[in-house]
Design a protein around this ligand. Structure first.
Ligand SMILES: NC(=O)c1ccc[n+]([C@@H]2O[C@H](COP(=O)([O-])OP(=O)(O)OC[C@H]3O[C@@H](n4cnc5c(N)ncnc54)[C@H](O)[C@@H]3O)[C@@H](O)[C@H]2O)c1
Length: 344
């Protein structure tokens, strides 16, 4: 199968490219080598992949002849993340939404196209998480009261009784409600495909992703990248709130397998969360990472609250589990695969 991967030089794109090559696919990799991301092409680019180094925003018909017989497209090109979208909203919105619109122009000119996979993001869910009070079953939103936060009570609680509520894993049917520009641009990418009928489209919505090649120290480093970088250097991470915030990280190998499964067997759902579905607190993650990199680093819980932070994030992995035919990778298992090379 001939596959076009956009964002092919990126962290996730490079793993997808490796997976497709291992499966015997012919791969064209398109990437702008965005100057805000790269100072030079990454060393892992492959000699057996045909790269087109261009920005999707500049891709106007006629189609590059190398793309005429493409059979599947994996669209991962996007500028991240929340901080950058705040600083450069025009650049991020046009790269992500405008780039996707340009890509769709190109897809219309690919007569052999059989399938499209779009990299979505949990950022589209915004704060639409739901919580349940264990003793009563009362349902709550993710909202927290400033007075509780000021008093050092960080959990989502029943406003009448103060009982701590549990997060429910967020499912794909949850209405998107992005809170900032990056999430909005990722939702716009999804919306761009609403009227696309030339081939089935599967949106894989990733929670925060980790794996080898994750950039640990660039301006858009995610919390898991920062934790790994700090702990590998022997620096104690400072954790806000009480360190018991739940996060749900997706192992990059699961994305590679999910893409392979969609290409091979199709997918009966238009949207699939890619996450572990397993709650891991920041304190637990620090402990796991310290073991993986061989550093006895204890995190410092500094309290305090950052405006806009979610108390917990957790995805519903049911569809992904069915797509993969197994449960997704747990953080305890994936951390060694991803960060073992940082071990002293
Ligand atoms: N990394 C995560 O935790 C995460 C979480 C959710 C969703 N995603 C999504 O997964 C995809 C890949 O993310 P990543 O972490 O590999 O990012 P990355 O920054 O490592 O890679 C993205 C690549 O896309 C390229 N690019 C950006 N805009 C482009 C454009 N307009 N035209 C051509 N190339 C362009 C960049 O040069 C870069 O190499 C993105 O769509 C991202 O929104 C990532």
């Amino acid at each position: 199968m001939k596959v076009l991967v956009t964002g092919a030089a990126g962290f996730i794109g490079s793993h997808v490219v490796d997976g497709l090559r291992a499966a015997g696919c012919q791969v064209i990799g398109l990437d702008s080598l965005d100057p805000g991301t790269w100072t030079r092409p990454p060393s892992y680019l492959r000699a057996d992949v045909d790269y087109i180094f261009t920005d999707l925003r500049h891709c106007v018909p006629p189609l590059d002849p190398r793309l005429r017989d493409v059979e599947a497209v994996i669209h991962l090109a996007a500028l991240g993340g929340v901080g950058r979208a705040g600083l450069e909203p025009g650049n991020v919105l046009t790269a992500n939404a405008g780039g996707t619109a340009r890509l769709i122009d190109l897809l219309q000119a690919m007569p052999q196209l059989q399938r499209v996979v779009l990299a979505g993001s949990f950022s589209v869910y915004g704060s639409n998480y739901q919580y349940r009070v264990p003793s009563t079953g009362r349902m709550l939103t993710a909202a927290r009261r400033q007075a509780d936060l000021d008093a050092g009570c960080f959990d989502v609680m029943d406003p009448d009784t103060g009982e701590v509520a549990d997060i429910l894993p967020i499912g794909e049917a949850t209405p998107p409600a992005p809170l900032e520009g990056y999430g909005a641009s990722k939702y716009m990418q999804e919306l761009c495909f609403r009227a696309f009928t030339a081939a089935p489209v599967t949106i894989l919505r990733f929670s925060s992703v980790y794996g080898t090649r994750l950039r640990l120290d660039d301006g858009e480093a995610t919390i898991i990248a920062k934790l790994a970088g700090w702990i590998a250097r022997g620096d104690a991470p400072s954790l806000y709130e009480d360190g018991r915030q739940i996060r749900d990280w997706a192992y990059v190998g699961d994305i590679v397998e999910a893409v392979g499964a969609v290409l091979e067997r199709g997918c009966r759902w238009p949207i699939v969360n890619v996450c572990s579905g397993e709650p891991t607190t920041l304190l637990q993650a620090c402990h796991t990472l310290a073991g993986v990199v061989g550093r006895a680093v204890e995190p410092k819980v500094v309290g305090g609250f950052r405006f806009g932070d979610m108390r917990h994030c957790l995805g519903d992995r049911s569809r992904l589990t069915a797509l993969l035919g197994r449960a997704p990778c747990r953080f305890e298992d994936g951390a060694g695969l991803a960060f073992g090379e940082l071990r002293r």
